[in-house]
Design a protein around this ligand. Structure first.
Ligand code: FAD
Length: 471
């Protein structure tokens, strides 16, 4: 416990002299969440070790052409490929809004950089690497180190068990039970392991007897394997919207099934002669036929589940305090702290339908400030009451459990609440407006929104703001 000038360790904070504690913190994962968590924790005066089982920073944004051997990702012992990116992927957010608040995602000098407003995935990886370099984050990262167990000790500290990652010839991470492991003790653990690796699969009556192939979008990379095939894509989120259009130019037919549209939905996509939109699949037959709720029938070769992912923490042992139930991770105060273990266990990046990087940044500042004692949490009882009230409100609005962390519309309010707690600037007005306009444009014009836009005034405002920050 030391007295220090907080603005000296965190330039974003107003100068005050407080009693702050420096903790020894383990961060699990060096993706966009873990990188900013490490920066904020160190700025606040904590000592930080980031565990990363891959070879480099960037997490999801480290593209690989490799896919897992189990195309549906159901086998719990399968070798794991972390990233779910496909080769053609461009961001679905404009770069000005997508970047961290104080490290603008502008075009940076260098060869082969992608200057587009909605750049390809490699540009995002390079941006994250620039971020890590600018703030000296890499020196905190232990690469090729897999966290295999995190458990609470009697004195409230945490034991983190890790081992050197094992890779097979395909560069997939494999579990090797006889590898030697290390045990270390930490005051706190911040979980940043990403949530786009463990597939969720649609439940389809009759699917067990259906003779076609199935896969999850986690294992989709390029359209070529689908040449001349009849493909059914299930889903209506970003991946489904992109992948059906990626495949259509080579496939014989592409049929998109969505559970979020009316049962009678049946529509041919203008501009394509082989892309149809349907309501959800009703059932599949052993003769290969797939029947949609709109009554249409298709003889399909393959069903691709673009049906999202599950929260998955195979390393975490909280003795049943934190559980995942129908994709609700809980109980979590403000989607971050399990009250009974707060503030020594926290999660970054649980909310979805969000602009991820800025949200990770706000959550990281909050966690760092609470761990040092500069910011206080309510009592355990008050946090539990807040969670119960939140769950009741979801139930009253008939929102299913699996949407607990879908904060979408309320993300600005959420981020600004965190900013108030931290005493830092909230979401810029231009970012809020840009996100709304971009989301609407994406919904209305999925083919064009990445290359045509009309929010030039917001882009100008963003760049005026960016002058304050390193680039
Ligand atoms: P990840 O990037 O997944 O990083 C987690 C890290 O933890 C990984 O490096 C992993 O190796 C490591 N790890 C996991 N378990 C362990 C362990 N046990 N031990 C050690 N290390 C471990 N976001 C946007 O802002 N814009 C977009 O356009 C966009 N498009 C997307 C498209 C797709 C297809 C997907 C899947 C996601 C997209 N996202 C997009 C969301 C994206 O996931 C987030 O932007 C962000 O990269 C998530 O960061 P993260 O750090 O939470 O997780």
């Amino acid at each position: 416990c030391a007295k220090m000038n907080i603005s000296a360790i965190n330039p974003a904070m107003p100068p005050t002299t407080l009693s702050v504690k420096s903790r020894h913190v383990a961060v699990i994962g060096a993706g966009a969440a873990g990188l900013v968590a490490a920066r904020e924790l160190r700025r606040e005066g904590h000592s930080v070790v980031v565990f990363e089982r891959g070879h480099e920073v960037g997490g999801t944004w480290v593209y690989t052409p490799q896919v897992e051997p189990d195309p549906l990702g159901l086998d719990p012992n399968r070798p794991i490929i972390h990233s779910s990116l496909y080769s053609s992927l461009r961001t679905n957010l404009p770069r000005e809004a997508m970047g961290y608040m104080d490290f603008p995602f502008v075009t940076r000098p260098g060869e082969n950089r992608d200057p587009r407003r909605y750049p390809g995935h490699r540009e995002v990886l390079l941006y994250l690497k620039d971020f890590a370099r600018e703030f000296g984050v890499e020196e905190m990262v232990r690469f090729e180190t897999d966290v295999i167990k995190v458990g609470i000790l009697g004195d409230g500290k945490w034991k983190v068990r890790s081992k050197k990652s094992s890779f097979n010839d395909n560069n997939e991470i494999i579990s090797k039970s006889n590898a030697e492991f290390d045990d270390e003790i930490y005051d706190a653990v911040v979980v940043c392991n990403g949530h786009y690796t463990e597939p969720r699969i649609a439940d389809i009556p009759g699917i067990n007897l259906w003779p076609g192939k199935q896969m999850h979008s986690h294992n989709y990379r390029i359209p070529e394997p689908f040449r001349d095939q009849v493909v059914i894509v299930i889903g209506s989120s970003a991946s489904a919207v992109d992948i059906c259009r990626d495949i259509a130019p080579v496939a014989k037919e592409v049929h998109v099934a969505s559970r979020s549209v009316a049962d009678e939905t049946y529509m041919k996509q203008p501009g394509y002669d082989n892309l149809w939109f349907h309501s959800m699949i009703d059932h599949a037959h052993e003769d290969g036929m797939v029947v949609f709720r709109n009554g249409k029938t298709v003889l399909a070769d393959l069903i691709m589940h673009c049906t999202g992912y599950k929260y998955h923490f195979p390393f975490l042992d909280t003795k049943g305090i934190v559980t995942v139930d129908d994709n609700r991770l809980g109980p979590l105060y403000k989607h971050v702290f399990p009250p009974a273990l707060a503030p020594y266990l926290s999660f970054i990046g649980i909310p979805w339908k969000i602009v991820p990087f800025p949200l990770f940044e706000f959550q990281s500042k909050w966690i760092a400030g609470i761990l040092s004692g500069r910011i206080t949490l309510p009592s355990q009882k008050e946090m539990m009451e807040n969670i119960q009230a939140f769950y009741s409100a979801l139930e009253d609005s008939s929102i299913p459990k699996r949407y607990t962390h879908c904060i979408g519309q309320s993300q600005v309010e959420y981020n600004n609440w965190l900013a108030t707690q931290c005493g830092c600037q909230g979401v810029e007005k231009w970012r809020e407006a840009m996100y709304s306009m971009a989301s609407e444009k994406r919904r209305l014009l999925p083919e064009m929104y990445r290359d045509e836009w009309d929010d030039h005034h917001l882009v100008s405002e963003a760049y005026e703001d960016f002058i304050k920050y390193p680039s």
